[in-house]
Design a protein around this ligand. Structure first.
Ligand SMILES: CC(C)(COP(=O)(O)OP(=O)(O)OC[C@H]1O[C@@H](n2cnc3c(N)ncnc32)[C@H](O)[C@@H]1OP(=O)(O)O)[C@@H](O)C(=O)NCCC(=O)NCCS
Length: 223
């Protein structure tokens, strides 16, 4: 099998989870981390260190025969900004999916690129993931769901069938979303929420049952 050399962009907690997933996949060899906020040479996972920042990518890719990688940053908005920066510095950069070997993914699911699918996640039939989404540990994305680009579901989130999750929207740890519900873009569903009604874009909902608790703008912090 041809092994591709790749990098993980972002070296904090989520970045290390992504490196861990990639280390368990066949087909990739992680050369190291790209992180503008960490000192070059800092060891972050096993023997893997920070190789440099995004601006160093052209030289690093030539030096290590790197073809692409994945952005390992948990915040949806920051992940999109960093992915755009990488694309601007290296237009040919190939974003790969990090899929843990224990994840169960239907052959009829549609998966874009740059996605993280963590240990024990389930993605059921005809679900569609855009690009750069996170399906975190033991989350369950049911049949016919749609997750738009840069959306995320935290550990143990469960959605019913035919749920849609808009771009940049984050569903927090342990939340449950009833079948058929649409959640607009740039919204946050709080930890442990039970979502029974449609959620409009740019809003914050939590509680059991979940209610609208506030509004937000693109890029507002939530982690
Ligand atoms: C929804 C969320 C973003 C709201 O954050 P926030 O606006 O900063 O809210 P605050 O912490 O100021 O809390 C405001 C009030 O709402 C309550 N509250 C906050 N989140 C809640 C939740 N998920 N469910 C029920 N009540 C909640 C707080 O207890 C507090 O109540 P109080 O005023 O009686 O003390 C946040 O609480 C949350 O759930 N984050 C998810 C984090 C997560 O999943 N991390 C894992 C990622 S892998």
């Amino acid at each position: 099998m041809h092994i591709k050399n790749i990098v993980v962009i972002g070296s904090s907690g989520h970045g290390r989870v992504v490196a861990d997933i990639l280390s368990q996949m066949s087909g990739y060899r992680v050369a190291g981390f790209i992180d503008s906020f960490a000192e070059k040479g800092t060891i972050r996972f096993g023997h893997l260190s920070v190789l440099g920042g995004e601006q160093d990518l052209p030289a690093l890719m030539a030096e290590h025969q790197i073809t692409g990688g994945i952005v390992g940053i948990g915040d949806n908005w920051v992940r999109s900004q960093v992915a755009a920066k990488v694309q601007a510095v290296v237009p040919s950069f190939e974003f790969v999916n990090a899929i843990h070997p224990s994840a169960v993914i239907s052959d009829t699911a549609h998966i874009g690129h740059g996605n993280v699918i963590a240990a024990n996640a389930v993605i059921n039939t005809n679900a569609t993931l855009g690009h750069h989404c996170i399906i975190n540990t033991a989350a369950c994305i049911e049949h016919d769901n749609r997750m738009d680009d840069y959306s995320s579901v935290a550990p143990r989130v469960v959605t019913g069938g035919n749920v849609t999750i808009g771009a940049y929207t984050a569903i927090s740890i342990g939340a449950v979303v009833k079948h058929g519900i649409s959640i607009g873009e740039q919204s946050i569903i709080g930890a442990g929420a039970v979502v029974l009604k449609p959620v409009e874009a740019y809003s914050i909902w939590y509680g059991v049952p979940a209610r609208k608790m506030g509004e937000r703008k693109a890029g507002d912090k939530y982690l």
